[in-house]
Ligand binder design. Structure first.
Ligand SMILES: C[S@@+](CC[C@H](N)C(=O)[O-])C[C@H]1O[C@@H](n2cnc3c(N)ncnc32)[C@H](O)[C@@H]1O
Length: 496
């Protein structure tokens, strides 16, 4: 992979609505605007192309969207350009498809001081590293602005907790397999919102060993006559490979996700893979014959090892199944959980709920300072892990239940249970109405809301504040450097 000179970019298209109204997004002012070439010019100056269809046009970036895309004006419209920074002027291809505009960054004419120089070619938005082109300071500023803007109605946010070495942090990789137009096997990530595979050998945020194992598997496929699965024809075998790495324990899980349970030559395949990578501690075959976008199916066969990995987090050991949620950046998770536990103000007597508990991590870490912990989680396998993890760590005061967190809280409210503290860590979509209204009814003294989506956090905080709570503090933590995702934990108290 070679990096093009002069800030040239690989294909990076953005589909956008035609009208300005549809395009308008919140764009907190940020970025370095003091670039000498743009100094004194209005930041939205555009130059038209010379009438040629799809010839590059020159645009200047005036700000960033909440997704980290550059905002430009072109022919009276506001468009978004991935990988462009405020103050930068660039050549961009604009093309129209139906009601949408696509933009493709061709060349940055005057790179901003905020621009980073990533060592890999595949870093654009399609591969999930949406803001890899910003240096550490610019990423920090961008994320702080996004959260500050959304949290404005609830008071001031704390400075974001960043990561010292923001690379190679992911403990879970999923790569998808397919054929390119020369019928060669490729592995990579889906371009965002598509099922088009962007071939990729290495990502700056992936665990390097995990990327290496995936390349080994790709290299073995031909000799084992293993075909990648084709979603259109339904032919082929291997859909994805998921790798989980215990960053502390060094244990490695490899999950081969296949369209069918018939795996010819599986013993030899496992033997060869283990010979090349003796560090692999378990290998599974997961069968996914569905047509949706879920990576894992429900059927699983252990081909080697115990079928789970164990890792250490906040001084406790956690056993993790292929299908269970486990925070992907353990270095930052320890900082996040430390802040969450501080916010809970535990003294050893409280009754604590760990809602959306996954494999029990937050509840078990909190259990040492709580009277009792009650965890609820929808994923059966994760609840099984949580119970195992409780025993493994000798925790006697925690119980875990499988079920929908909203329904569980409704039942708690109907029984008028006495709850002191609620940890809640819902998925990106946030909590449902049943959960929030039961929480308001239960009136815990404190809620600690861990969120990977500040937009749904803001929505839910509004509901809780209207229901008699007050947001005391919001702490952003950069769990996903190089991406536009922002994690935060909020302390919410009864407004008495
Ligand atoms: C962001 S993860 C948090 C897990 C855990 N607290 C941690 O830090 O590892 C969200 C969890 O909520 C679970 N979940 C999603 N919808 C749920 C629901 N309606 N009721 C209960 N759990 C749910 C998911 O399976 C996932 O384990």
């Amino acid at each position: 992979m070679t990096k093009k000179k002069n800030h040239g970019f690989k294909k990076s298209k953005n589909k956008q609505h035609q009208t300005e109204k549809q395009n308008s997004k919140q764009s907190p002012p940020q970025g370095n605007r003091k670039n000498s070439k743009t100094k004194g010019k209005p930041p939205t100056t555009d130059k038209r192309s010379h009438g040629k269809k799809n010839a590059p046009v020159e645009v200047t970036c005036s700000g960033l969207t909440s997704e980290g895309k550059g905002i430009v004006r072109w022919e009276g419209k506001q468009l978004e350009v991935a990988n462009l920074l405020p103050g930068e002027t660039a050549e961009v291809i604009v093309s129209k498809k139906g009601r949408f505009f696509n933009t493709e960054l061709k060349r940055v004419i005057n790179p901003s001081e905020d621009r980073a120089h990533p060592p890999f070619a595949y870093y654009h938005e399609g591969t999930g590293c949406h803001i890899h082109h910003m240096n550490d300071q610019a990423q920090k500023r961008f994320k702080q602005n996004v959260i500050d803007e959304l949290m404005k109605p609830f008071g001031k946010t704390e400075p974001i907790i960043t990561m010292e070495h923001p690379y190679g942090y992911r403990n879970k990789n999923v790569m998808t397999f397919g054929l390119n137009n020369k019928r060669q096997i490729i592995s990579g990530l889906y371009a965002e919102n598509t099922h088009q595979i962007i071939p990729m050998e290495r990502s700056i945020i992936h665990d390097p060993k995990a990327d290496e194992i995936i390349q080994t598997i790709k290299g073995m496929m031909k000799s084992f006559k293993m075909q990648p699965y084709n979603e259109d024809t339904g032919q082929g075998f291997l859909r994805h490979v998921l790798i989980r790495v215990g960053k502390m324990s060094g244990e490695i899980m490899v999950v081969l996700v296949a369209a069918s349970p018939v795996f010819k030559g599986k013993n030899n395949f496992v033997k060869t893979l283990r010979n090349t990578h003796p560090e692999i501690t378990t290998i599974l075959l997961n069968i996914n014959d569905r047509n949706d976008s879920m990576v894992l199916g429900n059927q699983e066969k252990v081909l080697y090892g115990k079928g789970t990995i164990t890792d250490t987090l906040c001084g406790l050991e956690f056993e993790i199944s292929a299908n269970s949620f486990y925070q992907i950046n353990p270095v930052q998770t320890e900082k996040l959980y430390t802040r969450a536990i501080e916010m809970a103000g535990l003294t050893g007597e409280q009754t604590v709920i760990d809602a959306y508990c996954g494999i029990g991590t937050i509840g078990l870490v909190a259990s040492k300072r709580a009277g009792k912990v009650i965890g609820v989680e929808v994923n059966k396998g994760a609840v099984r892990d949580a119970i195992r993890n409780s025993k493994r760590n000798g925790v006697k005061n925690a119980r875990f239940y499988q079920g929908d967190a909203g329904e569980f809280m409704v039942q708690m409210a109907e029984r008028d249970e006495n709850i002191d503290v609620v940890f809640m860590d819902p998925p990106r979509s946030g909590c449902d109405e049943a959960f929030l209204s039961s929480l308001i009814q239960l009136k815990p003294k404190r809620i600690v809301y861990v969120s990977c989506n500040p937009a749904t956090l803001a929505r839910d905080l509004r509901i809780l504040e209207d229901g008699g709570f007050r947001t005391k503090q919001v702490q952003p933590v950069d769990m996903f450097p190089q991406t536009n995702h922002v994690e935060a934990v909020a302390e919410i108290v009864l407004d008495v």
